[in-house]
Design a binder for this molecule. Structure first.
Ligand code: CU
Length: 554
């Protein structure tokens, strides 16, 4: 077989498991995500947010049943943080910002804000000092109380046990960046002392094209037609950066990658117990090498826990999930941060990711600095301490069948109801098509059946041959349809009158039926939990057609 042919074959193989076998799902609709965080703790003013954080110990859980002694940042007792995005419903959360969480609270500020962070060291005495580094920002001392200056450490000022240290800096440019402990980093970052800070662009400088109906479709006219007109806006801003039209987005997700070597955590636990009465020169002497992590986490959780909701009660110290969700054609902003100490080759199935910025620095063309020149990445490999902002989208282009399941030859009514009028790029986006279920359909595949003969007929033609359901055990995650949308199974009639397998199990033709693309580390060891597959750094990007309302409000 020629190289071209074998390449083609393997790419088809990859598309099929992703688009039809691994899914066409039926996930219970609990996969909320967005990029929730806090915008300040009540004592700040516009342009000068204040965060009252604490560093404390607690236990986190892993899907193999282990409970791991850990350290994390959280909201100081008594502080009253404001949440973002607004559409996240915090009223039914038991602990909207716990005193210890992994990752730490996502700090959301605006460009040019003067940010103040008070950090109280509530770690066990034996743990010694702690601190926060804010790489990419010019950090200065306390603006008011000199007593919060802390003590000078190797990398930054630190808080002694029971004491508070204050950091102040100006959020000079937009983008996503990590923050983490600057004290005994090999131990404290491993124990969980890390989080992310998101700087939103200056709203007066956002590209006008992000505010027009075409690009700002998620706001006005567009939202009024999604999910029966009730969908909410879960974005933190209208664009990721100042000025650029290519920084517009419709949805956003934050993914922080880290790993745990439980041996380090149990040593730390034993030592803090032994040093519980320590008052002077405290500090642990934990061996952090050789390093043998067994838990690989996205936002502090391993799969499948990362697919549960944000703030799910069973993870009181791991509030953030990691399950993205979108409609075809939407621009999804990925905020990706490497925490911990290993690289993780994060692969977003379904499409490549266009990188906008690294560590908040836009990657611009040397020849034309008004244009982005970031790479189009197959895997967005996370490196410790490095953050990336990138755009992902999915449309179904290239699958070679009509993913909406309208097949004109025998289904004229549906074909007429859902016309596909290609724009200059071949997609159905013209005029008021944003109101249609098949908004952003790739018109070249319009009316193409998945297979021309009844399913299971190997010689039947069409781009794919579905297995005969008489021989197939679907499993509860298979929605029974290779088509997109609650209604698509009904819409999908082929020339012989047969439909692809549908209604074969739990979900009826009217319930959710989207595609799920596995997003995961391409280091196979990292999609295990304590060496058992599946687990670790793995989640599902859910793509639902427009009639399905994506609700990430918890
Ligand atoms: Cu992959």
């Amino acid at each position: 077989m020629s190289e071209l042919k074998s390449k083609y074959k393997s790419s088809i193989k990859r598309v099929l498991p992703a688009a039809t076998v691994a899914l066409a799902l039926l996930l219970p609709i609990s996969a909320h995500a967005a990029a929730p965080g806090i915008t300040g703790t009540g004592t700040g003013t516009a342009g000068a947010p204040v965060f009252n954080l604490t560093a404390q110990d607690a236990r986190i859980t892993q899907p193999d049943g282990q409970s791991i002694y850990s350290w994390g940042y959280g909201c100081a007792t008594g502080s009253t943080p404001t949440f973002a995005p607004e559409a996240v419903n915090t009223s039914n959360l038991i602990t909207p910002c716990p005193t210890m969480q992994i990752p730490g609270p996502t700090l959301i500020v605006n460009e040019n804000d003067t940010v103040t962070v008070h950090l109280k060291n509530n770690l066990p005495n034996g743990a010694g000092n702690t601190s926060i580094l804010f790489p990419g920002f010019d950090v200065s001392g306390p603006a008011t109380a000199a007593s919060d200056y802390g003590v000078q450490g190797v990398l930054t000022r630190e808080a002694a046990p029971g004491a508070t240290v204050t950091y102040t800096f100006t959020a000079k440019s937009a983008g996503t960046r990590p923050y983490y402990s600057g004290t005994q980093g090999d131990l404290q970052v491993e124990m969980g002392l890390y989080g992310a800070i998101i700087v939103l662009p200056d709203s007066s400088k956002v590209s006008a094209s992000c505010l027009t109906t075409q690009n700002d479709k998620a706001r006005g006219a567009y939202l009024a037609t999604v999910g029966g007109g009730t969908e909410k806006d879960f974005r933190l801003a209208e664009a990721a950066f100042d000025g650029l039209a290519s920084a517009c987005y419709d949805r956003e997700y934050l993914f922080q990658f880290s790993e745990i070597d439980p041996r380090i955590h149990s040593q730390a636990e034993a030592q803090v117990a032994a040093l519980s009465l320590c008052t002077v020169n405290c500090g642990l002497d934990v061996q952090t090498e050789p390093y043998h992590p067994t838990y690989f986490m996205v936002n502090g959780r391993s799969m499948p826990d990362d697919m549960d909701t944000n703030y799910a009660v069973e993870y009181p110290h791991q509030p953030y999930n990691g399950n993205p969700h979108m409609h075809p054609g939407e621009l999804v902003l990925l905020r990706i941060v490497g925490q911990g100490r290993w690289q993780h080759p994060f692969h977003e199935h379904g499409n490549h990711v266009r990188i906008l910025a690294r560590d908040g620095n836009l990657i611009l063309s040397q020849a034309d600095p008004t244009k982005l020149a970031g790479p189009l990445l197959f895997t967005t490999t996370t490196t410790p301490g490095v953050a990336m902002d990138g755009i992902f989208y999915w449309t179904g282009k290239g699958l070679n069948w009509d993913v909406y399941g309208h097949h004109g030859t025998t289904d004229a009514a549906n074909s007429a109801a859902l016309p596909c009028s290609p724009d200059a790029n071949g997609y159905n986006t013209l005029g008021t098509s944003y109101q249609a279920i098949n908004y952003y359909e790739w018109c070249a595949d319009h009316n193409k059946p998945l297979e021309k003969a009844p399913f299971g007929d190997v010689g039947g033609g069409g781009p794919a041959t579905l297995p005969d359901p008489n021989y197939l055990t679907n499993g509860t995650w298979y929605g029974g349809s290779a088509y997109l949308g609650p209604d698509a199974t009904v819409r999908a009639t082929g020339p012989t009158g047969s439909t692809p397998p549908s209604g074969t199990i739990g979900n009826g033709p009217s319930s959710e039926a989207g595609f799920a693309f596995m997003w995961h580390s391409h280091n196979e060891r990292e999609i295990t939990t304590n060496n058992v597959f599946p687990g670790g750094m793995m989640m599902m990007m859910l793509v639902d057609s427009r009639e399905f309302q994506i609700d990430e409000s918890n």
